[in-house]
Design a protein around this ligand. Structure first.
Ligand code: GTP
Ligand code: MG
Length: 203
């Protein structure tokens, strides 16, 4: 291929991987895709109206004014040879019908959790467990606070020992990137059956 060889030097064609960013309503999925993305992210936000007050629990995110109605989309280059395409799911239950389409071809998932509403991430965890999709649980530390330890979250969610649980602040680019690196290393370990293959940074 013409683009694969430049000036006589073979150039690696990057691997592109589809990743889902899931979790309960208002847990920070759109924020994670936005801060991590190196391109202008695509959002499908609609304004929350009083009609949704019964269905949408805004406790802890009272300042939230909009919700994702289809998906978020972003891209991040994790290494010279590794690009992730990020697909954020909608958080409201009534958009579950979109999940199978969004999950098609995804190699892994981030399940965001908020320890004030931990139950909200069970449907996402169940979904990925049923599909055998590798996932990590990332606890979004709202206001930088996180009263629970990783082990306590793991026990509360009844996670297998091999499922990584990490703390993060989705408003911080580096933190979001670290979550994605943890996921890729987890996917690699499961695929290769090996313990740990670090992701090398782009030069
Ligand atoms: N203080 C604080 N606010 C946050 C944090 N993460 C997200 N937020 C806010 O919480 C709200 C929810 O964030 P979103 O990123 O829209 O959440 P979402 O999971 O995409 O929401 P849905 O698509 O409606 O399910 C927004 O108002 C964010 O600004 C955080 O770590 N700290
Ligand atoms: Mg959203």
């Amino acid at each position: 291929m013409a683009s694969a060889v430049l000036d006589g030097r073979a150039r690696a064609v990057p691997t592109a991987i589809k990743i889902l960013v899931a979790g309960g309503f208002g847990v920070g999925k759109t924020t994670l895709v936005s801060t991590a993305s190196e391109i202008m992210p695509l959002h499908t936000e609609e304004v929350l109206t009083s009609a949704g007050e019964i269905a949408d629990d805004l406790s802890g995110v009272e300042q939230k004014t909009s919700t994702t109605v289809t998906m978020d989309f972003g891209r991040i280059t994790l290494a010279d040879d590794l690009i992730l395409y990020l697909f954020g799911t909608p958080g409201q239950d009534r958009f579950w019908f979109l999940w199978d389409e969004l999950a098609l071809g995804a190699l892994g998932a981030v399940v965001l959790a908020d320890t004030r509403r931990l139950d909200d991430c069970f449907p996402s965890i169940d979904y990925f467990e049923r599909r055998n999709t590798p996932f990590v649980v990332a606890v979004n530390c709202f206001y930088g606070e996180q009263p629970f330890q990783v082990d306590a979250v793991r026990r509360a969610l009844a996670l297998d020992d091999n499922v990584p649980v990490v703390m993060c602040d989705v408003r911080d680019r580096r933190s979001g990137r670290d979550v994605l690196i943890t996921l890729i290393e987890h996917v690699r370990a499961l695929t290769l059956g090996s313990a740990h293959t670090p992701v090398s940074s782009p030069s």
